[in-house]
Write a protein that binds this ligand. Structure first.
Ligand code: IVH
Length: 679
């Protein structure tokens, strides 16, 4: 069937528009159109191609997912070997690296470097001939890798066609394929639900996904790519600077790290390292360090390479986030609500920049799933500020005689029975506030910054106060005397005065903080705020039955049951009476405004706002009668996007949720002008 000229034109138009939007989205990180519109363009092209199959070109954006599985991988020889990098772990190694390079280049004063993040993924080489993607290969042993063209074609940020009129005749680009953190977690979550094998980390996930025989599997994995250099090049002169190489790549539509900088000397490198370490945990993907490359390609040539690594580049690694160590024992910690958390006592290991000797196992189900036993060799991970955790066991290193960990039948602190409610992952000590561990934890929570905010009343002091019998319930805090305090270890007159002043000051609070401070199971800050805004007075909350509680936005049957059960306990009622008698008070929140544009509307926020913090924005939305949720769903009415929005924005686009910028939110929040004020 011949294709009508009109269809031909529209096909070409659509392909071009889609490529252009891909470029804006992936390379410039500045999409011009909402995702929904992009999807419409793609669907239109798909249906055109379905009707006129002759319209399909191999590099049509629709051709990313369809290919047939291969039976095995072909071998690709790299004309120029794919090198690896020498690693440095300290500042002085970078200073030495720079000094060696300067000496070799004839005692020059200063070298400029390009610096960029070292992505934690898997290396890839893509070959473009006359601007068309013809081959994708893994690094393999550096000399030869595997042909993964069929899989590379499914990665949306790997262009099938290069942009611009000056693309080289032959261009081999090199980069790193990775799986973003969010995609990795979502992938593992789905695998867990289906009882499938989980990936240990995003790097393995990327490498494993790229080495699939069936490209449809790869297509279903959220892979992305950043390009960092070139191999073969024909038809264009090699730029004189690495920085210019990357600019060219970006111009041709290849995604380059937006964090790439040119820096001067070792000091510039070290400054870049520190800056990057600060933002590392905010990046949507894992990086394990930064890479410095001598910017001048002439210098690169003169410096050459040793064995498999260039003398002109080095990786400056962050302290390892994962390490191997041995489990010496498993103990159970008792938390505020009596929950028993298994904690592994480890052979101390240096990971993420600190020595770690404990790691959480979350709960018994998690412990069983990972099958952690005493004596096992395990991978531990510490990322950012999060509590170190056990990632997995190395079964091949398991000693012959190990005993599985058993849940104790009695609380290790107070000896009360341990109970595990049907269907719950958590086992709890039944001792309630007669258990010193629960007492200490509930008081620590009560005094914490986001609750009653009693400055200076930290864990150590609370332990002493509880052990001395001065504090049994939160109300006792307000009965503490100067004498009692000064008899404690390391507590002088001045500190005692200061603490008493902080305690006195905490009497003035808000209903939401007070509710949160009570430590009701399942009631976090945001639920406490919802309760306070909905009911406005404490008595109403204490009297509410489960149905009334469920009328509060965000409160479902489980939370309602916990809240009801808490307030029905005579002991808890006594604690509350004692606190009120001690003078704790708060202003009654203003009645919920009716009929503003925000009433009953649900908002989610993403990105950085300019005129207010996110906390302020949330508070103002709530004051105006709106609701705020942490995640976007079809029930969300608006997603407010600040600078650098996260995945919530994409999700809003996909679900067709209305997106507001900061100005639009401000306009909604502004006091309503009377209707008479017309133009
Ligand atoms: S440059 C000669 N730049 O790290 C230059 N590599 O140990 C060789 N990697 O195999 C690589 N991010 O997979 C370079 N910005 C970056 C990188 C990077 C990650 C990986 C790459 C390479 C390995 C080297």
């Amino acid at each position: 069937m011949s294709i009508p000229a009109k269809v031909h034109r529209r096909g070409a138009e659509l392909r071009e528009a889609i490529d252009r939007h891909n470029y804006f989205y992936h390379v410039l990180d500045a999409p011009e159109i909402p995702d929904a519109e992009y999807d419409r363009l793609l669907r239109e092209l798909e249906s055109l191609e379905q009707e006129f199959p002759a319209l399909i070109t191999p590099d049509s954006p629709t051709q990313r997912v369809g290919a047939e599985p291969v039976s095995r991988f072909g071998v690709v020889r790299h004309h120029l070997p794919m090198l690896s990098l020498a690693n440095a772990f300290s500042d002085s190694e970078i200073v030495d690296f720079d000094r060696r390079a300067r000496t070799r280049l004839g005692d020059i004063d200063e070298i400029d470097y390009t610096a960029e993040p070292k992505l934690d993924g898997t290396a890839i080489s893509l070959l473009y001939e006359n601007g068309k993607l013809v081959r994708g290969a893994t690094r393999g042993n550096g000399e030869a890798g595997e042909d993964v063209t069929h899989n590379v074609r499914t990665i949306a940020s790997a262009p099938l066609v290069l942009r611009g009129s000056d693309v080289p005749r032959r261009l081999e680009v090199r980069g790193e394929v990775y799986m973003p953190k969010a995609g990795f977690e979502a992938f593992n979550e789905r695998a867990r639900q289906r009882g499938e094998k989980l990936f240990v980390n995003p790097r393995n996930a990327a490498a494993g996904s790229l080495r699939q025989l069936d490209p449809r599997l790869t297509a279903s994995r959220p892979l992305e790519v950043f390009f960092y250099g070139i191999g073969e090049l024909e038809g264009t002169a090699h730029p004189e600077r690495q920085g210019a190489v990357l600019e060219n790549l970006r111009k041709w539509g290849l995604r380059v790290s937006p964090l790439m900088r040119t820096v001067r000397g070792a000091s510039g490198c070290l400054e870049y390292y520190r800056d990057t370490a600060l933002v590392r945990h905010e990046l949507p993907y894992e990086i394990d360090g930064v890479v410095y490359k001598v910017d001048s390609t002439e210098y690169q040539r003169r410096l050459g390479q040793v064995s498999r690594a260039p003398r002109w580049a080095i990786a400056h690694k962050f302290p390892a986030q994962e390490e191997l160590t041995i489990v010496r024992g498993v103990e159970f910690q008792v938390g505020r609500t009596g929950a028993l958390t298994p904690v592994a006592r480890l052979e101390p290991a240096f990971v993420g920049g600190v020595t770690v000797s404990n790691a959480t196992l979350h709960n018994m189900d998690e412990l069983r799933r990972k099958d952690v036993r005493i004596g096992d060799t395990v991978v531990i991970r510490r990322a950012g500020d999060v509590i170190p955790e056990i990632v997995n066991v190395l079964p091949e290193r398991r000693p012959k005689k190990t005993r599985p960990v058993k849940l104790p039948s009695r609380c290790p602190i107070c000896g009360a029975d341990v109970v595990r409610a049907e269907g719950e992952a958590v086992a709890r000590c039944s001792g309630g506030l007669s258990c010193p561990a629960q007492r200490k934890e509930s008081i620590r929570h009560f005094a914490s910054r986001r609750a009653m905010d009693i400055e200076g009343l930290g864990s150590k002091l609370i332990n002493q106060l509880v052990e001395a019998g001065h504090v049994r319930t939160p109300g006792d805090i307000y009965k503490l005397t100067h004498e009692q305090l000064t008899t404690l270890e390391r507590m002088g007159e001045k500190s005692a005065d200061k603490l008493l002043a902080a305690i006195a000051q905490s009497r003035k609070t808000t209903l939401a903080r007070f509710l949160y401070a009570l430590g009701i199971s399942e009631v976090g800050e945001s639920t406490a705020t919802s309760l306070a805004t909905h009911f406005r007075v404490l008595d109403a909350i204490m009297e509410a039955d489960e149905a009334a509680l469920q009328a509060v936005p965000d409160i479902g049957p489980v939370v309602a049951r916990h809240v009801r059960a808490f307030f029905q306990q005579p002991h808890n009622q006594e604690v509350i009476q004692a606190l009120l008698a001690a003078g704790i008070h708060w202003p009654t929140p203003a009645p919920k405004p009716k009929g503003t544009p925000l009433t009953e509307k649900t908002f989610a926020l993403t990105g950085t706002l300019e005129s207010m913090t996110r906390q302020e924005a949330k508070a103002r939305i709530r004051e105006a009668g709106g609701r705020v949720t942490e995640s976007v769903s079809a029930k969300t009415d608006f997603v407010v996007c600040g600078e650098d929005p996260g995945s919530k924005r994409d999700k809003a686009g996909r679900l067709g949720v209305q997106i507001l910028d900061e100005a639009a939110l401000a306009a909604m929040l502004a006091p309503q002008n009377g209707k008479h004020k017309s133009a």
